[in-house]
Design a protein around this ligand. Structure first.
Ligand code: GDG
Length: 484
């Protein structure tokens, strides 16, 4: 069966629909975040199945009928894996978010290696695999998403269920000196080798994985060259590839040109009195470098006082993992910092930092991207970072500048035309901002044109096709290296 026809089954921690309790009962909304933004248009286009958790652990809630309407509008089937509060606590908040998330972002001091988390992670992965086995058949292509579900192929095989499986890691893969700290390193690596294809965001992530694998399984040998290679373990083989995720370029670019969005863009600029706008957009997460970014803006105003009254920093922070203490503390830290910077510099008619702690409707977000003179995307480490690409797609004037962390996966593809910075270097970022604010129109346009071309060409559909081709085709042809 050609890869275009094979039924696609996406499996991820969360379904692309979020359930929210309101005064009138339950509301079903499309989920936020990179994964949903990336995959929803693809499944809608080709049809298929999405398996995941609904976000509710209420045993009395009839999740399936709540989701039926969403599913028929979305154009693909949804199947829910029910999870108890204990399972969510151990597998999601514990193993996924207190161990793998910080460790894979090189922040090992934030890890809590509780054995209970590991046991719950395995139990929940088994539960997911049982659902996959029940709802799919051997002609389907099973595409597992992200670090919550690294044991899917392992459990499917242990149940004797034959499926074609691919796994994509949305976050970075660390170097051996960091990965080896994981108490269950061998079992995690071994489970990943059970997939037919393991995909990473960048060549560097893929190289890190190969280095860890060779450390733990010295018999492993890489065969081939390019973005997709074969890993030979002696008795079996599997594929490894780098597939930088992207966005639906046309959707963003067209939305930015809709008259009502252009009106919003204009209103934002008017409200800020046509001062230069520097924009940050992130889930509120400690990997995104938000406090460091605010301090860099403070440094900019201190070092270049002529900018006072002429520039605004707008930070949109989308609430994320709000139940977790660390995220609550981060929110407080950011709010205090914003207060400090505004207290230091504001004068009547000018408040330097505009901070929004909420999720914006899609069209308003696009209007902000469109209005911004500079996107300041400075994660401490990031698998890819879709915000960087969305900014380019929305910059239809071609006048904007992307200032990008060298530790975002997106830097590998966009390094030639983005202004790369070290997110920890506040003076370096201040200098970069100052320089970009003074770039002439021609320079800005030339870089932005190249950035937009790159994102247009390597868009979300290109990403899906490259992954599925590597996962489903028998031979590996035409997979040039995707970045350096
Ligand atoms: C993970 C990896 C990787 C943000 N604010 C609003 C809003 N957003 C949307 C953006 C963007 C998404 O959230 C954030 O995506 P990122 O890629 O920046 O980050 P993560 O959520 O951490 O995603 C990351 C990604 O997976 C995909 O593989 O790139 O490295 O960490 O799409 O538009 N959306 C709306 N309102 C907002 O206020 N509607």
């Amino acid at each position: 069966m050609a890869f275009q026809q094979q039924r696609l089954v996406v499996v991820s921690n969360r379904l692309p629909a979020a359930l929210k309790k309101t005064d009138d009962g339950w509301e079903v909304k499309a989920g936020a975040g990179g994964l949903v933004t990336a995959l929803a248009p693809v499944l809608k286009n080709r049809g298929g199945v999405w398996i995941g958790w609904s976000g509710s652990s209420d045993p009395n809630l009839d999740v399936d009928s709540l989701l039926a309407d969403f599913s028929s509008k979305a154009g693909y089937d949804l199947y829910t894996v029910p999870l108890t509060p204990e399972e969510v606590d151990g597998y999601y908040f514990g193993f996924s978010n207190e161990i793998i998330w910080p460790l894979f972002h090189d922040l090992q001091s934030r890890c809590r290696f509780h054995p209970r988390y590991w046991r719950m992670y395995l139990d929940v992965n088994f539960k997911f695999a049982e659902m996959v086995a029940r709802k799919t058949n051997s002609d389907d292509y099973i595409w597992i998403q992200d670090y919550h579900l690294m044991h899917q192929a392992f459990f499917l095989k242990s149940m004797g269920v034959k499926r074609r499986t691919g796994f994509f890691l949305h976050i970075p893969f660390p170097t051996p000196d960091i990965f080896m700290k994981l108490p269950w390193r061998w079992k995690v690596i071994q489970a990943l080798t059970e997939f037919d294809l393991v995909g990473f965001q960048t060549m560097q992530d893929r190289r890190n994985f190969s280095a860890c694998l060779r450390r733990l399984m010295p018999e492993a040998r890489v065969q081939g060259r390019g973005a997709v290679v074969t890993m030979d373990l002696g008795n079996r083989q599997f594929r490894l590839g780098a597939f930088p995720i992207s966005i639906d370029y046309n959707q963003f670019s067209e939305m930015a040109e809709r008259p009502e969005v252009e009106q919003q863009t204009f209103s934002i600029k008017e409200a800020l009195r046509h001062r230069k706008i520097i924009l940050g957009v992130d889930r509120l997460d400690y990997t995104k470098g938000i406090p460091e970014r605010i301090r860099s803006f403070q440094t900019l105003l201190r070092q270049f006082p002529e900018l006072k009254g002429n520039v605004n920093f707008v930070q949109i922070a989308v609430p994320s993992r709000e139940e977790v203490d660390e995220y609550k503390e981060l929110r407080t830290e950011i709010e205090q910092l914003v207060g400090r910077v505004n207290g230091e510099f504001s004068f009547p008619g000018w408040v330097p930092v505009h901070y929004h702690y909420r999720s914006f409707p899609h069209d308003e977000l696009v209007a902000y991207y469109s209005a911004a003179d500079i996107a300041l995307v400075t994660p401490l480490k990031d698998g890819m970072n879709l915000v960087a690409k969305e900014y380019c797609a929305c910059n239809t004037s071609g006048d904007g500048v992307l200032v990008l962390s060298e530790f975002a996966g997106a830097a590998a593809q966009l390094q030639k035309d983005a202004y790369l910075v070290n997110p920890y270097d506040m003076e370096g970022i201040a200098k970069a901002l100052h320089r970009c604010l003074h770039w002439d129109r021609e320079e800005r346009r030339s870089h932005m044109t190249h950035l937009r071309d790159q994102v247009r060409k390597n868009n979300i559909y290109w990403w899906v096709d490259s992954f599925l081709q590597a996962g489903i085709s028998k031979t590996l042809v035409d997979f040039p290296e995707v970045d350096t």
